[in-house]
Design a protein around this ligand. Structure first.
Ligand SMILES: Cc1cc2nc3c(=O)[nH]c(=O)nc-3n(C[C@H](O)[C@H](O)[C@H](O)COP(=O)(O)OP(=O)(O)OC[C@H]3O[C@@H](n4cnc5c(N)ncnc54)[C@H](O)[C@@H]3O)c2cc1C
Length: 321
């Protein structure tokens, strides 16, 4: 029977949310076609994370010391062995740091076509079709990838809940390939960012400043509005890279993933790597002078206006209560 294989990302023994989104994507593809969904958990000890996976028909586990902490070479070798052995028709990865390593590696090593940046997926005869978000979210491209194929799926494209439904999947323990005993790379040390006194994951309100603010000195106006709102101040990557705020305040793919009740994006364009960190916020308000900025696609409310016109007026209004 035709199958879809989902690569399950884990960190510290826990399944990452993207895995549930991929399971939701796999189920939506598999159900109409009558296909089977398999989930693959590779770790030094995959037992605990594997139990979290219930929305697949089958959960495959592979245990080997080289698989934790995450080492790209080890996971690429494990995937190659599993894909060569089980010959899935579609393999799904998240557009995450690990997915960026593993999707192209798996496609290249197993001779499969690759569809990247996918927001939607469908099966059309002998091909996987997808809409893909390219050029920083400015264009949506239609992709047709002949089967067997590998797809790299954007975080937030599929609802996590549908990948968490209860079930009783078959559980299969796979042998680790011999290649895991002859790796050329190894993890020397894991470095975690210093919290720097702020934990954005716990903030219920965040005001995020993007490159549109122009220069460090002008952040003060945004900081004042943040304070009046009772919000933590955050920055997009260019703001952090410029040294205008500490790294602990970066939201996005290579920063912190946040889910506050209120997220105000000020002068942020809404690139996929930024959306990855905040698109699940309960209420998103965007302020951007470019009405076509991709952030408006993710925002619940938006103002296409110069932020330097709006922020002082907003501060006055908030001060007045
Ligand atoms: C592997 C990788 C990881 C990444 N990780 C992250 C990450 O963690 N976080 C992150 O943010 N990015 C990340 N990026 C970068 C990302 O691709 C974008 O480059 C970045 O998000 C853009 O930041 P920005 O929106 O602040 O700047 P820009 O894209 O330059 O947008 C600035 C916006 O401000 C608006 N603007 C300008 N002036 C005004 C004004 N006066 N009033 C109102 N609006 C104005 C403009 O219209 C524009 O939309 C990553 C990229 C890669 C490749």
């Amino acid at each position: 029977m035709a199958t879809i294989l989902v690569y399950v990302e884990t960190r510290g023994g826990a399944v990452q949310p993207i895995a549930f989104e991929l399971l939701a994507a796999a189920r939506s593809l598999a159900a109409p076609a009558g296909w089977t969904v398999e989930a693959l958990v590779c770790a030094a000890d995959p037992a605990a994370p594997a139990v979290e996976i219930t929305a697949a028909d089958c959960v495959l586990t592979m245990a080997h010391p080289a698989l934790s902490p995450y080492l790209p070479e080890a996971h690429a070798a494990a995937l190659q062995a599993v894909v060569d052995e089980r010959q899935p028709d579609v393999v799904l990865f998240g557009y995450t740091t690990a997915g960026l390593d593993l999707a192209p590696a798996t496609a290249g090593r197993t001779g499969r076509t690759l569809a990247a940046y996918c927001r939607t997926l469908a099966l059309d005869g002998g091909a996987l079709t997808a809409s893909a978000q390219v050029y920083g979210g400015k264009l949506i491209a239609g992709i047709e990838a002949p089967l067997p194929a590998v797809a790299c799926v954007m975080p937030g494209a599929f609802a996590e809940d549908a990948g968490r439904i209860a079930g009783s999947p078959e559980r299969i323990v796979l042998p680790a390939p011999a290649t895991l005993g002859a790796l050329k790379t190894r993890v020397l040390e894991e470095l975690f960012p210093e919290a720097g006194g702020v934990d954005l994951t716990q903030a219920s309100r965040i005001l995020c400043v993007g490159r549109g603010i122009g220069e460090a000195a002008k952040i003060a106006g945004a900081a004042e509005v943040a304070e009046l709102l009772g919000a933590e101040l955050a920055g997009s990557r260019p703001v952090i890279d410029a040294g205008w705020m500490p790294k602990a305040r970066q939201v996005g793919k290579s920063g912190t993933k946040v889910r506050p009740k209120l997220y105000v994006a000020v002068g942020v364009s809404g690139a996929p790597e930024h959306l990855e960190g905040m698109a699940k916020s309960d209420l998103i308000v965007a302020i951007n002078s470019d009405a076509r900025a991709p952030i408006f696609g993710a925002a619940h409310f938006g103002a296409a206006i110069d932020l330097f016109d709006l922020l002082p007026a907003l501060a006055d209004r908030l001060r007045a209560g």
